[in-house]
Structures are given as C-alpha cells and as structure tokens.
Design a protein around this ligand. Structure first.
Ligand code: GTP
Ligand code: MG
Ligand code: NA
Length: 344
C-alpha cells in the first residue's frame, strides 16, 4: 500500500542478545501480541520476522514527535534466539540486517551471548542501538505506560534514579571493556561516529518504546539512504523450510531487495541438488504479526522488498535454510543460476 511513493525500502533490523533479555517480549509490546508466552519453555528457537508499517510506527511515536516524517515504508524486524545453541541463527539474522538492536537486561549487564552478538555486529560493521531492557524491574519503578524514557525517568524517585544511573554506568563500563563506547541516546552527540546509543526500555510497561522506534527509523533513513535505496535486483534469503497445514511444504524467506511475483521461476539450493520450481503462492502474515507463528496469511500477486514472506511451491522439501533464492528471468540461463544456487 503506497510503497511506490518511496525510493527507500524498509530497513531490516535484527534484534539480538543473550537469552531471556526480552527480545521477543519487546516485539510483543510493539505488536500488541503474545508470541513469547506461546514459545516452548519461553525460549525462541527460530528466526522470526515482523513487518511494522510506517503508520503504526508513527502512531506509536507520536507522543515523542507528532507526525514524524519517516521516509521509509516501514521497518522489518528479525527476531533471533539468544540461547547459546543457536549461534548459526544469530549469524544468519545479523547477516541479513541493515541495523540491529542489541538487547541487554539492566539487571544482568553484558552476558555471554551479548558479547557473541556484539562480535557478529562488529565483524560485519553493522550499526546498532542498545535496548537496556527491564527498567521496570528497578526497585520502586513507577509505571508510565508507553512514555518516552526521559519523561518516565522524571517520574521516578531519587532512589530509582540512583539505581538506574549505577546500573547504566556499570553497563557502559562493560561495553568499554569490549572496546565499544556507549552513551544514553539523548546525550549521544556522536551517534554513528563511534559512540553507540543506549535506549532504556521496558517490554512490560513500554517505557522507552517510542524512543527506540523513532531512533531506529529516523536514524536509518538519514544515514543509510544509499544502502536502503530500492533496487530491482532480487536479493532473497531462505530462513526456514516448513510444512504448513493447508499449504504443504513452504519456505519462509526474507526479501531484501527486488520484487517477487506469483508464478516466478525460482531456484533454491537443495540437499540433493538445485531445486527449480515456480512460486505457487506468495503469503505474508498481516502487518504487525510474526511470520514464524501459525496464523492466517495474506495472499499477494507480487511483493516488493523488504518483506518476510512465506512461499509455497512444489519440491521445496529439501531446500536448505540460510541459502539464497534466485529468480530465473526471461533472459537468464537456468543452468548458470542452478550453479550459483549450489555455491551458497
Ligand atoms: P530468547 O529469545 O529465548 O533468547 O529470549 P528473549 O530475549 O526473547 O526474552 P523473552 O522475550 O523470552 O523474555 C524473557 C523473560 O523476561 C520473560 O519472562 C519476559 O516476560 C521477561 N521480560 C522481558 N522483558 C521484560 C521487561 O522489560 N520487564 C520485565 N519485568 N520482564 C521482562
Ligand atoms: Mg525470544
Ligand atoms: Na526467552
């Protein structure tokens, strides 16, 4: 809807961090969903994707900045698991994103997979913001639902403010030990030039959520316009291969650039060689819904990047997650594309 008025595609934002820091809960808070409580053991075990249209972000940030000019169609957020056994999924997620949110539990500071995630981001030179989550757990926290963090902090007692500053200082020190300069986002004059921004948040009472969203979309649109300029060349990665009742074997993909159409000939890397097939159905969850959660889907004739998409096609059973999906254009030699697909 109205995406053609934009030259920029939606930024892809990966949310990363140690297990149970609140990554999925933060997304639930923004979506108004309850994905986290439906997870086995409360642990994320797959990569997820959720599309947030600009109008929803505008609504959520209007207290902080009414009618913010967002310049991007929306934000595509990729949820990753924090459990130590899913390093490959964190790596896949971080490899796809334009920007990241690194979530740190204010009560725990930097933990093992926080540092692992940080190293993945450093390796790829990916910019990120830090969500210093669970501020509502500071002793005596007064809830200010969906308030900006500055406003919420002003409402707190001297004791809460003191505990906050102490824990914040500790976290800043721990980042420094990892060679990373950090600062509260509204004090950070050096953002994108070596000092990373910290946004205190609560995924339960939503303080700091407007700040986090506004910072992400405005900053990416401002500083990454070249990277985010829409291109017709299809760039698409397979996230998961799964059987969906009523849809057979499907693949969940992230379309980073270009357009996919129903009926397009595609090639994906398979366990027993390249899979050449054609798109039978292009499905997305509704906006603000999680791709990895069973639900109803919207059917599309075509979809423009960036999006998380479920593709239904024949012969996908042996497709390999983490590889690229290729389109066979009218002038393409399918043998060349089969070769490229298997090189992934
Ligand atoms: P994995 O995906 O398994 O790595 O965990 P996660 O980072 O997605 O954390 P998750 O959303 O599963 O939250 C872990 C636990 O922390 C849950 O019990 C949440 O309810 C709780 N939690 C998350 N965010 C907050 C918060 O801001 N405040 C409080 N009090 N609890 C939170
Ligand atoms: Mg999670
Ligand atoms: Na969890």
């Amino acid at each position: 809807s109205g995406q053609s008025e934009y030259n920029l595609r939606s930024p892809i934002c990966c949310i990363m961090g140690h297990v149970d820091t609140g990554k999925t809960k933060l997304l639930d808070c923004i979506r108004g969903t309850n994905v986290q409580e439906g997870e086995a053991g409360g642990i994320t075990q797959q990569i997820g994707a959720t599309y947030f249209p600009a109008e929803n972000i505008r609504e959520r940030t209007k207290e902080l900045k009414p009618d913010a000019n967002l310049n991007v169609p929306g934000l595509l957020v990729i949820d990753t698991p924090g459990h130590e056994s899913f390093t490959n999924l964190r790596s896949r997620g971080s490899g796809l994103c334009d920007v990241a949110i690194l979530v740190v539990d204010i009560m725990h500071g930097l933990e093992r997979q926080t540092i692992e995630s940080l190293n993945l981001l450093k390796m790829r030179n990916t910019n990120f913001v830090i969500a210093l989550n669970k501020v509502d757990r500071l002793y005596g926290w007064k809830v200010c639902h969906n308030a900006s963090i500055v406003k919420a902090m002003k409402q707190q007692s001297k004791d809460v403010q003191f505990e906050f500053r102490t824990r914040l200082t500790q976290v800043i020190t721990e980042f420094k030990e990892q060679g990373i300069n950090t600062e509260l986002y509204y004090k950070n004059k050096d953002m994108g030039k070596g000092t990373f921004s910290i946004v205190p948040t609560s995924a339960i009472s939503a303080e700091g959520i407007p700040d986090l969203l506004l910072l992400l979309v405005q900053w990416t649109a401002k500083t990454m316009s070249e990277r985010l300029t829409y291109s017709n060349i299809v760039q698409c990665t397979v996230l998961e291969v799964k059987v969906v009742e009523g849809h057979g074997t499907t693949i969940d993909v992230i379309l980073v650039n270009g357009v996919l159409h129903e009926g397009d000939s595609i090639v994906v890397c398979g366990m027993h060689g390249p899979i050449v097939t054609s798109i039978r159905a292009l499905l997305t969850p509704f906006p603000m819904k999680e791709l990895r959660v069973k639900g109803s889907y919207e059917h599309h004739r075509e979809i423009k990047a960036s999006q998380g998409i479920k593709i239904n096609a024949q012969g996908l059973e042996h497709a390999i997650a983490g590889t690229s999906l290729y389109i066979v254009g009218p002038d393409d030699d399918v043998e060349d594309i089969k070769e490229a697909a298997m090189e992934d």
